[in-house]
Design a protein around this ligand. Structure first.
Ligand code: CP
Ligand code: NVA
Length: 308
């Protein structure tokens, strides 16, 4: 195994990379995608291994990292707490220390953000946040790549976030800070994003309790499920609270005419988004989902090799 730079560079949040670095990763992702589509092999991570720890379910994150590592010439290992000693009470910092002594990079999807931080603190190799209750930065790389492909740089654009002030919303706030776009957030009262995330971004972010106010003149409209993983018991109560926050054709009409629609998926049709919108002409959700693969390949190459 090649010696790592010390300390390892982690990707726990979009704030871990500068705006310039994020742009470099996004633009490299577009190149890596073009190479793949043209049948040109790109294997800068030959012999490198990623450990993927999933404490929550996943389709896109698992498939994209596993496929991505293989395409880069490396290998990804899926670790579920059901099968490893972590699930039988081995401290996560001990698990991280041991795993990081054998692999080149770790990806973890977990609940509390502090658990991710514990892994990063104990790891001698880069750690990627594959989603916590607080943040989902890998999804933002894919969303931003999709925007860059279709519209160019996002600086100065207006994005509307409609729905829960959740991990995705927090990551949009961080992206607005790092990439310089305006973010209008509409949430029901009591479901706003956390103040510690909003406060440092107050020049970029405006919060409304009315979906129409946020959607007006937006260039991009984004939503997510009303009950995230771990909130299943709140589903009914949330359906009531979010009833006026569905992204449907009438709401999309308030946005700019060429506005795009994104959703990280999985989606609940006719709940947070109408079928007419997610399956309609403005929706770019399939390109967005595919870009998880390309954006994360670029990220992993950047973290493991330190440059492109
Ligand atoms: N968007 C996303 O992270 O999907 P998965 O939960 O399927 O990984
Ligand atoms: N907010 C959602 C995102 C899923 C990719 C969740 O945390 O469940």
């Amino acid at each position: 195994m090649q010696a790592q730079q010390s300390p390892a560079r982690h990707f726990l949040s979009l704030l871990d990379l500068s705006g310039d670095e994020l742009r470099t990763v996004i633009l490299h992702a577009i190149e890596v995608k073009e190479k793949l589509k043209s049948g040109i092999r790109h294997t800068p991570l030959s012999g490198k291994v990623m450990a993927m720890i999933f404490e929550k379910s996943s389709t896109r994150t698992r498939v994209s990292f596993e496929t991505g590592m293989s395409q880069l010439g490396g290998h990804a290992m899926f670790l579920s707490p059901r099968d490893i000693q972590l699930g039988r009470g081995e401290p996560i910092e001990d698990s991280a220390r041991v795993i990081s002594s054998m692999v080149d990079i770790i990806m973890i999807r977990t609940f509390g953000h502090e658990r991710l931080q514990t892994v990063a603190d104990a790891s001698t190799v880069p750690v990627i946040n594959g989603l916590t209750d607080k943040l989902h930065p890998c999804q933002l790389l894919a969303d931003m790549q999709t925007w860059f492909e279709l519209r160019g740089d996002i600086q100065g654009a207006t994005v509307a976030w409609i729905g829960d002030g959740n991990n995705m919303c927090h990551s949009y706030i961080n992206a607005a800070r790092q990439l310089g776009f305006h973010l209008k957030i509409a949430c029901p009262a009591g479901y706003e994003p956390d103040a510690d995330v909003v406060e440092p971004a107050r020049d970029q972010v405006k919060i409304y309790n009315d979906a129409s106010a946020a959607a007006k003149q937006a260039d991009l409209v984004v939503t997510d499920v009303w009950a995230s993983m771990g909130q299943e018991e709140e589903q009914q109560q949330r359906e009531q609270a979010f009833a006026n926050f569905q992204v449907n054709s009438s709401l999309m009409q308030l946005a700019n005419q060429d506005a795009l629609f994104m959703h990280c998926l999985p989606a609940h049709r006719d709940e947070e988004v109408s079928a007419s919108v997610i399956d309609g002409k403005q929706s770019v959700v399939w390109q967005e989902a595919e870009n998880r693969l390309h954006a994360q390949k670029s990220l992993v190459e950047f973290l493991v090799n330190g440059s492109f």
